[in-house]
Ligand binder design. Structure first.
Ligand code: FES
Ligand code: FES
Length: 134
């Protein structure tokens, strides 16, 4: 990795005190799991959501093997999605994460990882619900 950027205090805060680190049971049908990697740097992020019967996200957890910005982006994303509906959560854009954390341009892909991870988790959850109906 090259170009270590200087970090905004919000990034440091999420890095030092990450919110919602951990795992949910991936076999639980109310849980969606997204596991994604960033080709640019090899960092990996797992993000999980738990959804109640009304389609509301009641819990979110992450594990990130990556840089400080990736950890901060996943921490912020788990905070943000809690209380949102599945449809609302689909609208989260990496540019919003990057803006909130004041990420510099070289760190944009780190927030992209969080957007990819939440989308993957939401889609995993939806596939599970469809399987259930079938
Ligand atoms: Fe320096 Fe990620 S760019 S640790
Ligand atoms: Fe790749 Fe941050 S340097 S996710």
């Amino acid at each position: 990795k090259v170009l270590c950027a200087s970090y905004h205090p919000k990034v440091i805060d999420h890095y030092e005190n990450p919110r919602n680190v951990g795992s949910l049971d991936k076999d639980d049908k109310s849980v969606g799991t997204g596991l994604v990697g960033a080709p640019a740097c090899g960092d990996v992020m797992k993000l999980q959501i738990k959804v109640d019967e009304n389609g509301k996200i009641i819990d979110a957890k992450f594990k990130t093997f990556g840089c400080g910005s990736a950890i901060a982006s996943s921490s912020y994303t788990t905070e943000w999605v809690k209380g949102k509906t599945v449809d609302e959560a689909l609208k989260l854009k990496n540019t919003e994460i990057a803006k909130e954390l004041s990420l510099p341009p070289v760190k944009l892909h780190c927030s992209m990882l969080a957007e990819d991870a939440i989308k993957a988790a939401l889609s995993d959850y939806r596939i599970k619900q469809k399987k259930d109906e079938a």
